[in-house]
Design a protein around this ligand. Structure first.
Ligand code: ZN
Length: 135
C-alpha cells in the first residue's frame, strides 16, 4: 500500500532517487540526506504506515530485524563509538527508524547538527557503498 503524496513511498517506488543501502520484500533502507553523522540511515516498512507503533507484530519485527542488520554493517563500515537508534515520527508521516553512527550521545551530537543545506551526493554514494559492502 502506497500513499501517492508520501515522500518515502515515492523513494520506495524510485520516483525520488535515494542512496539505497538495503531492500527486501517488506523493508527499505536509505541514507538520510541531512545526516547527523556519516552513515545516518533510515529504515522504513514498504507499506505506508504513519507510525511504527501501528505496524502489526510481523511487520514491526521485519523492520527491527533490518535495523539490527544495518547497525552491524554501519558499525563495521564506519567504526563509530556506538551505533544509535532513534524513533520520533516527525518530519515524514511514514514510519521510519534512524540508525545513526555516534561518537557521543544523541543530545551532544544534535547540538552541532545543521539540518538542510547542500546535499553531498558523491559522499552519500560512497558511504552507501561502504555500508552495502559490510552487509
Ligand atoms: Zn509512505
Amino acid at each position: 500500500m502506497t500513499d501517492k503524496t508520501c515522500v518515502f513511498c515515492k523513494i520506495i517506488d524510485g520516483e525520488i532517487p535515494s542512496h539505497k543501502v538495503y531492500e527486501d520484500d517488506d523493508v527499505f533502507a536509505f541514507l538520510d540526506i541531512s545526516p547527523i553523522n556519516e552513515g545516518h540511515t533510515l529504515v522504513i516498512p514498504k507499506s505506508h504506515t504513519d507510525s511504527l507503533w501501528d505496524l502489526d507484530e510481523d511487520s514491526y519485527s521485519k523492520v527491527m530485524s533490518v535495523v539490527k542488520k544495518l547497525s552491524a554493517a554501519v558499525n563495521t563500515a564506519l567504526q563509530p563509538a556506538r551505533v544509535g537508534m532513534n524513533l520520533e515520527g516527525f518530519d515524514v508521516a511514514h514510519a521510519h527508524v534512524h540508525v545513526v553512527p555516534l561518537q557521543k550521545g544523541f543530545k551532544e551530537s544534535l547540538k552541532t547538527h545543521q539540518p538542510g543545506g547542500d546535499v553531498d551526493h558523491d559522499a552519500l554514494a560512497k558511504t552507501a557503498e561502504k555500508i552495502i559492502l559490510a552487509l
